[in-house]
Design a protein around this ligand. Structure first.
Ligand code: ADP
Length: 184
């Protein structure tokens, strides 16, 4: 199963991606986590990404796409993958299409997590990650609205929409029901 998860910051994609990855036996690939690991390890990629992440802006596409391309070359993606936080704009979506086409692969579905902006600001402020201050959060929401949300139309044929407000387990069940309903 090859899936992309789309939703605003704080929609709970990461939590759901973990649970879905475990159930499906495929890796969870989070670009945010990959960037944070690079920051922690003080790699060149981490240094290139830092100021964008601190501001809540997108890291430049060439950095991000290269990182994802490398990750999708790893053998553990043979059975599929869950992409969380990528693609986040039209150029990245085009690049992903190219990366997959080169491998003769296609996405099975794009899962959209729907949640209200105000609900997520409260969630994120409670989480306390270093880029989780109100200004950065608002900027990430704006970036989502302007750059990422338009992808939903681009992916309309593969789109599965899930209400992301509720209990964690309940939302996971909704995701799988929606995916089953789609493939049935
Ligand atoms: P959130 O979805 O809560 O904003 P993420 O962990 O997905 O958090 O991303 C954190 C930051 O990492 C983003 O604000 C951005 O700077 C960077 N980032 C993550 N994914 C991408 C991407 N696909 N393209 C560019 N930058 C990204």
């Amino acid at each position: 199963m090859r899936l992309v998860l789309v939703g605003p910051p704080g929609a709970g994609k990461g939590t759901q991606a973990e649970r879905m990855a475990e159930r499906l036996g495929v890796p969870h690939i989070s670009t945010g986590d990959l960037f944070r690991a690079n920051l922690r390890d003080e790699t060149e990629l981490g240094r290139a990404a830092k100021r964008y992440m601190d501001a809540g802006d997108l890291v430049p596409d060439e950095v991000t796409v290269g990182m994802v391309r490398d990750r999708l070359d790893d053998e553990d993606t043979a059975k599929g993958f869950i992409l969380d936080g990528f693609p986040r704009n039209a150029a990245q979506a085009g690049s992903l299409g190219g990366i997959l086409a080169d491998k003769g692969l296609q996405l099975d579905a794009v899962v959209q997590f729907e949640v209200d902006d105000e609900v997520v600001v409260q969630r994120l402020l409670g989480r306390g990650r270093s880029d989780d201050n109100e200004d950065t959060i608002r900027n990430r929401q704006r970036v989502y609205r302007d750059e990422t949300a338009p992808l939903l139309r681009y992916y309309s044929d593969q789109l599965v929409t899930v209400d992301a407000v509720g209990e964690v387990g309940e939302i996971t069940d909704r995701v799988f029901s929606a995916l089953h309903a789609r493939s049935a």
